[in-house]
Design a binder for this molecule. Structure first.
Ligand code: SF4
Length: 477
């Protein structure tokens, strides 16, 4: 019912007669992954152009002239800031001119050693333009120690720790890479002769591309005029991965295939397991739309309790967590979800949701259900209690803000104001999708797959807030 903030979405294409409209379409279907900023960089082989700005993709498009984006290759990004604030210069793709040409970078994830690398370069005189962790890759690529040696990109990437899926481009080539533990998704598709890359397969489908495969953990894929070439910048460990299980629980769209699984099917199965682990005596199963829909269907079919729509979502308001203050959150919740009183009045209601983070939104929903006459409310969550922060690219609140961090189940039930409460077990979540060794589930278990000491939070490298009132930036080198 309340959620961590989004990740980011990447889309890239090489070999389309006109890349920009396809990138726009692809990013449009990834908008759920980030709404703070959007940008597209394209190249015709000699000239690079960039359009970006704060806000939703269509807002950025309305303020800019997309017709200027020429070229057969390009990358795009929709952003939710997981490091750095909402400054215009933090909006990606980041575009810089190095001594040997232009580089554009789009990143999904969070680098846990960015602070250290940044300090190292700053001490030797480098100037950083943004407060994002992603910028350290630019400095690595420009560093003569890497720039003048073979396998420059591979060497630079191997210095990074943490979670990253990157799309990079120069005037002439497109590069895709994924960290050795595979935290963040990145898929490869084909559209005629063009190669397409996207955070989720729903974006491939959107542009008419067919899914080929995922970029493999530790893999570096380069596409240029000679075709697609693959190499590994780091051998992925054979005994474990760290794919972000929250992608399956909440972030990804139900029609996407992520880490080899269809999202709807995973959530549906979680709902069935949840009904087995935490049955309820009730009259109706009500999903919290949209991310609770598939699990509620599974719960209903497993339990035999009919499913009905007790919440109606207003799609014309942004996601509630965009508003930072709790007061605003309450108002946003009421505007975002309406109760269908006739569905819940005098009923014993099972409410199914995907996760609870702060719990403030959940409590408000429960209050509204009671005000609309629900007789009993049994809350069922299709993931385990979220007790630990994320350092890998999801903007979770601090530990003390997490509802489940220091409450036992009975305290949580009381805090949320429900008659009964049940969370899916970690085993019930992970076993149907291949087991614990393939996934990061640290926000549930506290078992971080990468050392996080010294990792900075969202504003760890933020030293100032820009006062420039820029809402778009065009670059024409
Ligand atoms: S801590 Fe949670 S949200 Fe963060 S990468 Fe791991 S599973 Fe995903």
């Amino acid at each position: 019912m309340d959620h961590p903030k989004e990740a980011c979405g990447l889309f890239g294409i090489y070999g389309a007669p006109k890349a920009a409209p396809l990138i726009y379409q692809g990013l449009f279907s990834l908008q759920h992954r980030g709404q703070e900023g959007a940008g597209i960089v394209t190249s015709d082989g000699t000239r690079v152009r960039c359009v970006k700005g704060n806000g939703l993709l269509n807002e950025v498009a309305a303020r800019t002239d997309f017709k200027e984006l020429d070229g057969h290759l390009g990358i795009g990004h929709v952003r939710y800031s997981t490091t750095g604030g909402c400054r215009i210069d933090n909006v990606q793709p980041l575009l810089v001119e190095c001594i040997d040409g232009m580089w554009a970078i789009a990143h999904n994830g969070n680098l846990v050693n960015a602070g250290k690398l940044r300090q190292m370069y700053q001490e030797s005189g480098a100037i950083f333009q943004t407060s994002t962790d992603s910028e350290v890759l630019i400095h690595l690529l420009a560093d003569p120690m890497y720039r003048t040696r073979p396998r420059r990109v591979a060497r630079a990437l191997s210095e990074l720790r943490g979670a990253f899926s990157f799309l990079l481009m120069t005037e002439r080539c497109l590069i895709a890479a994924r960290d050795p533990l595979g935290f963040k998704p990145l898929s490869i598709g084909r559209l005629g002769d063009a190669w397409v890359f996207a955070s989720e397969t729903c974006a491939l489908t959107q542009v008419g591309a067919t899914y080929e495969r995922d970029v493999r953990p530790g893999e570096l894929v380069v596409v240029d005029e000679t075709g697609l070439h693959s190499d590994f910048f780091s051998e992925p460990p054979t005994d474990r991965g760290a794919q972000c299980v929250f992608e399956l629980v909440y972030f990804a769209r139900p029609d996407s295939r992520v880490f080899g699984h269809n999202i709807h099917i995973v959530r549906y199965q979680s709902g069935r397991n949840l009904a087995r682990e935490h049955p309820a005596e009730a009259d109706v199963v009500v999903p919290v739309p949209d991310s609770g829909n598939s699990a509620a269907l599974g719960f209903s079919q497993e339990s035999g309790i009919p499913l009905d729509y007790g919440f109606i979502r207003n799609h014309y308001i942004g996601r509630t967590f965009i508003m930072p203050e709790i007061i605003q959150r309450h108002q946003g919740v009421d505007m975002k979800l309406a109760i269908v009183g006739d569905v819940v009045r005098d009923k014993r209601v099972v409410v199914v949701d995907d996760s609870i983070v702060r719990g403030t939104t959940s409590r408000r929903r429960i209050e509204l259900l009671r005000q609309n006459g629900a007789r009993e409310i049994h809350l069922r969550i299709s993931s385990p209690p979220t007790r630990h922060p994320c350092f890998f690219g999801i903007d979770f609140p601090t530990t003390k803000e997490l509802a489940a961090a220091d409450r036992d189940m009975e305290q949580l039930r009381e805090f949320l104001g429900v008659d009964s409460l049940g969370y899916l077990s970690l085993k019930g979540l992970l076993e149907p999708i291949g087991g614990a060794k393939k996934y990061c589930s640290a926000c549930f278990s506290g078992d971080y797959p990468v050392a996080v000491e010294g990792s900075s939070g969202k504003r760890g490298v933020e030293r100032f807030q820009t006062t420039l009132n820029l809402n778009q930036q065009k670059t024409e080198p």
